[in-house]
Design a protein around this ligand. Sequence first.
Ligand SMILES: [Zn+2]
Length: 247
Amino acid sequence: MIKVKRDFHPSYLTPTSKAALTAEYKTNGTAVWNHSAIREPLLAMSHNKCSYCETILTEESKYMEVDHFLCKADYPNHVIDWYNLIPSCKRCNVTKGDHNVLTEGMLIDPTTDTPSDHLLMVNYRIFGKNALGERTEREIKLNTSKRLVMPRMVVGEAVSDALREVKENLEEYINVKRTRQRKLKVLDGLVNILEEALPNTAYSATAATIIACNPDYVWIVDAMNKLGWWTSEIDDLHHAALCQSLA
Ligand SMILES: [Zn+2]
């Protein structure tokens, strides 16, 4: 789970349209939030990912559901409230279900909370750092083995392998032969790894956590600093990637 920036408000949702849509939901049970003027900006703000588990929603066999943070069952007046709508996968939406965050325990709202303040990842599993994090992991079942832990492991192991390769290329540059080709290989490799942890990639919190905790990465950063290769561009990418970390 990473922070989702809600920096847009659809013009489709005016006080008048919201009142009419809320009335329509209350009368007919119509899924009034399933409108492209709502769905498209929701997908855009979460980088096409589920806001809870970070699975990509535009892949084959997956699609976005709109989760109501204040559940529809108890808060029908908020069914079309923009700030109550969370882009979610079917699994997370169904698992959270009608959990009432105000009476049954608050959960992390990734659009207002910073998940890394409340969650920790160890061995591809997510743990709460506090009661809010523990409850969120428990209620949304963020450690489903096949569906979530295994995909995180695939991402994490690929990042670890890629970091080892960059380290070996850098060692060769330092100890064997300082060619421009080797330097470019190291720089391209490192940029590719850091880009895996940017908010638009699946399971970016996992990639960021693995990078942040990996001794090879610490070695690479140190060696690049000594060589004068740690540019402001790479430093910006480093910070943009590692702020997703749940380390
Ligand atoms: Zn999900």
